[in-house]
Design a binder for this molecule. Structure first.
Ligand code: MN3
Length: 203
């Protein structure tokens, strides 16, 4: 069965100046959609690939197909990580952040440093590894599920994620999104893998 572009879980104008409707038109409607279209073309051309789930392909594909399916998964997950309503980490997630980073502000600074310090296109990420929260980053289409990590949060740092609203200023984009537009309830759901499976099924 062909992969499909998941609908955004909010209106594309819901974020005001933080993320414009024009950015969603291009980022979701053009870039994410192109990954879906190209992945379906590659799968349609190879009978051995047909019937495999998105995650199966992310874990096994190489080269061009990996780039497409990795980006489908990353974007489906990224949309779910965003909230047009400002939220704060609470409960178990807040306790884990305080234990592993000292404070939510300190975690946000580490995520921002990962986003800003990442050379070229890719993703800043927060994973759960061995019961601890870990900040990392991935190049290009690389994807936490390809490494067996439990992903909690990813932030797109490809230029197409911020160039319309923030031009070349990746630090301003990372700062604004991490401080104002993260769905920390979704991040908390991912501690037991629930949110990740929602992204897996979205496409
Ligand atoms: Mn992107």
């Amino acid at each position: 069965m062909a992969f499909t572009l998941p609908a955004l879980p909010y209106a594309k104008d819901a974020f005001g100046d933080l993320i414009s409707a024009e950015t969603f038109d291009y980022h979701h409607g053009k870039h994410h959609n192109a990954y879906v279209v190209k992945a379906n073309e590659l799968v349609a051309a190879d009978a051995a690939l047909q019937g495999k789930s998105l995650v199966e392909l992310v874990k096994t594909a190489k080269g061009g197909l990996f780039n497409q399916v990795g980006q489908i998964w990353n974007h489906s997950f990224y949309w779910l990580c965003l909230s047009p309503v400002k939220k704060e980490p609470t409960g178990k997630l807040k306790d884990m952040i305080d234990a592993d980073f000292g404070s939510v502000d300190a975690l946000i600074e580490q995520l921002k440093a990962a986003a800003v310090g990442h050379f070229g296109s890719g993703w800043a990420a927060l994973n759960l590894e061995g019961g601890k929260l870990v900040v990392t980053s991935y190049h290009d289409a690389d994807c936490p599920v390809a490494h067996g990590a439990t992903p909690l949060l990813i932030l797109d740092v490809w230029e197409h994620a911020y160039y319309i609203d923030y031009r070349n200023a990746r630090p301003n984009y990372a700062d604004a999104i991490l401080k104002n537009a993260i769905d920390w309830d979704f991040v908390a759901q991912n501690l037991d893998g629930e949110g990740a499976s929602r992204a897996d099924q979205a496409a």
